[in-house]
Ligand binder design. Structure first.
Ligand code: DQA
Length: 143
């Protein structure tokens, strides 16, 4: 199986950025643990960009031949019709994740432009959301 994790804007600063909300762990360290954990089951690729169009390009590049995409679109979640359209344009299932519980935060974070295009949404469990999303994709694959 091939799974692609795509992180959007400011998520390159995990571990440094607002640690009281997003935790103190660098994503690269967590990713290495995930890759190790799922070594026998899946290859996990990683892409991060702060640029909306590059996230769309990556969805197009990987979204026709991987088994699933875990997408944290960061703040573009709340604004980007273009990313929602890209998700609808590809064939691989996309799971939307958020490290924080966006529904406990400012009202502007309560609405997602992309949820309606995704297979499901996982939010609020810290970095463990990425593992939960992978589990969801594995479960969907074995259905
Ligand atoms: C986030 C939540 C978004 O509202 C925010 O803009 C982010 C991160 C999260 O993972 O909790 O950048 O997607």
């Amino acid at each position: 199986m091939k799974i692609v994790i795509i992180n959007g804007p400011n998520l390159n600063l995990l571990g440094v950025r607002e640690p009281e909300i997003y935790g103190g762990r660098r994503f690269e360290d967590y990713l290495a643990c995930l890759q190790h954990k799922y070594n026998d089951v899946a290859t996990i690729e990683y892409f991060q960009s702060n640029v909306e169009g590059l996230i769309i390009d990556e969805l197009h590049r990987t979204g026709f031949d991987c088994d699933g995409i875990v997408l944290n679109a960061g703040a573009y979640t709340h604004t980007s019709l273009a990313i929602a359209d890209a998700i609808r344009s590809i064939t691989s299932p996309v799971v939307e994740v958020h490290i924080s519980n966006v529904h406990k935060r400012e009202p502007i974070r309560h609405h997602s432009m992309i949820s309606c295009a995704c297979a499901g949404v996982i939010a609020g469990f810290g970095l463990d959301c990425y593992r939960l999303a992978i589990e969801a994709l594995l479960a969907m694959k074995s259905e």
